[in-house]
Write a protein that binds this ligand. Structure first.
Ligand code: AMP
Length: 414
């Protein structure tokens, strides 16, 4: 016997019972985003590798370790998209969207690919809803976007969500700050844990996350990036915060928030759902005022975020039934023997009239068909008998009434 195939490592099948919750996530995101003026865009699943190398940043984990890159038959290097922002910025430039009224607000959703170590909530193919507002440096844009993401999560019913907010300032302010922090950490090396001491030069910000008592004492007195912002960046951040406060969005200031992508400037944020354990990030984003220029376009400020559909589904899963809305309102037509062809014809007629309708296709006896109607969660069963009569049974109340089979659609609408 030949070996059975399995889905590749780090990927999974979305089974039909998991579809309703995922669909609810994308459709309510769509509703809120489109009501806020975001228009849908769809970009290719793969792009030139250079777009991500330049857009996401050569030094990031994503570009260095996590890209699914392949050569096509013409010898071009292509990469499965690890995120949406670079592609959307490319499309913005390619289609001359800078000539439209700014900011151009776009959203998308779909699969993304990163070669990560798989674990619960971390996959090699995952789904995101993504929103980008390109062409405005107003802090109102940052605030509007954060409120939108927060309202989407709240509207879905994701509980225990924390919002962490920070500002990275300009790349110049950031790198001056990192030098200052390294110097500070070296000046107090003796008090730090071995691990933190070993990483001062590679990643000094890690020191803020340490549990070690001595390290924590040192970090409590350490300079933070928020104290070192340029006046214009500090002012921008202040406006973002004011507008979050004004619209009742609760956040925690996190001066150590760094995101895994190089392109961020100024505002950065992350939504976490504590219930999810190690992979708790359900969404995040920030401002990226330098990216479009880096991709060969004019200086164009922009801001964006991505929500992780798989993790939000995990956070919601426990409370949700896997039944689809459609089946819950549907009719299951029950018949035996020669009546089966009439049942199929009726089902087809009902479907053409816009109803959800189904029938037994496994030669079950009447009793088995009623069970099946219940199993699929149908709202009604319509039992056809040999004498041409039909009985409509309300599966919820158990109430039955005789109906004219040709008027079933009207009966149900009643
Ligand atoms: P990022 O694009 O890294 O800012 O990620 C935004 C959101 O996408 C995260 O908060 C996660 O919810 C989700 N996400 C990112 N990477 C993965 C992954 N490998 N597996 C599942 N979800 C992910």
């Amino acid at each position: 016997m030949s070996e059975r195939f399995k889905a590749p490592r780090g990927t999974f099948d979305v089974l039909s019972e998991q579809v309703p919750v995922r669909r609810r996530i994308t459709s309510s995101s769509q509703r809120l985003l489109e009501a806020a003026g975001y228009r849908r865009i769809e970009t290719p699943i793969f792009e030139d590798t250079d777009l991500f190398a330049r857009g996401v940043g050569e030094s990031t984990d994503i570009v260095q370790k996590q890209m699914f890159t392949f050569e096509d038959q013409g010898g071009r290097s292509l990469t499965l998209r690890p995120e949406a922002t670079a592609s959307i910025c490319r499309a913005y430039l390619e289609h001359g969207m800078q000539k439209q009224a700014q900011p151009v607000k776009l959203w998308t959703d779909g699969p993304f690919f990163r070669h990560e170590r798989p674990q619960a909530g971390r996959y090699r193919q995952f789904s995101q809803v993504d929103a980008e507002a390109i062409g405005s440096d107003s802090p109102l844009v940052d605030a509007e976007m954060i409120v939108l993401a927060s309202d989407i999560l709240a509207g879905l019913g994701v509980e225990n969500v924390r919002l962490r907010l920070g500002s990275l300032g300009t790349p110049a302010a950031r790198s001056a700050y990192l030098d200052e922090l390294r110097e500070y950490l070296h000046s107090r090396e003796g008090e730090l844990s071995d691990e933190v001491r070993g990483r001062i030069d590679a990643n000094p910000l890690r020191a803020f996350d340490a549990d070690h008592d001595g390290t924590r004492k040192v970090m409590a007195e350490a300079p933070t990036l928020l104290d070192r912002l340029d006046p214009a960046d500090a002012e921008h951040f202040e406006r973002v915060r004011e507008n979050l406060d004004r619209n009742d969005v609760v956040y925690e200031l996190d001066p150590t928030l760094v995101r895994g992508l190089d392109y961020y400037t100024r505002t950065v944020f992350e939504f976490e759902c504590e219930r999810l354990g190690a992979q708790s990030g359900v969404g995040g984003g920030g401002r990226y005022d330098g990216l479009i220029e880096q991709l060969g376009g004019p200086v164009t400020p922009a801001c964006g975020w991505a929500l992780g559909v798989d993790r939000i589904a995990l956070a919601l899963d426990a409370g949700e039934s896997g039944e689809s809305e459609e089946t819950r309102n549907g009719v299951f037509v029950v018949a035996e023997g020669d009546g089966r062809a009439a049942a199929l014809a009726l089902v087809i007629e009902l479907r053409r009239a816009g109803l959800t309708a189904d029938l037994d296709l496994a030669d079950r006896a009447i009793k088995g068909q009623m069970k099946q109607a219940d199993r699929v969660g149908a709202r009604y069963a319509l039992i056809l008998s040999d004498d041409g009569k039909a009985t409509l049974r309300d599966m919820r109340s158990g109430e039955e009434r005789e109906v004219d089979p040709s008027l079933v659609a009207e009966e149900i609408a009643r």
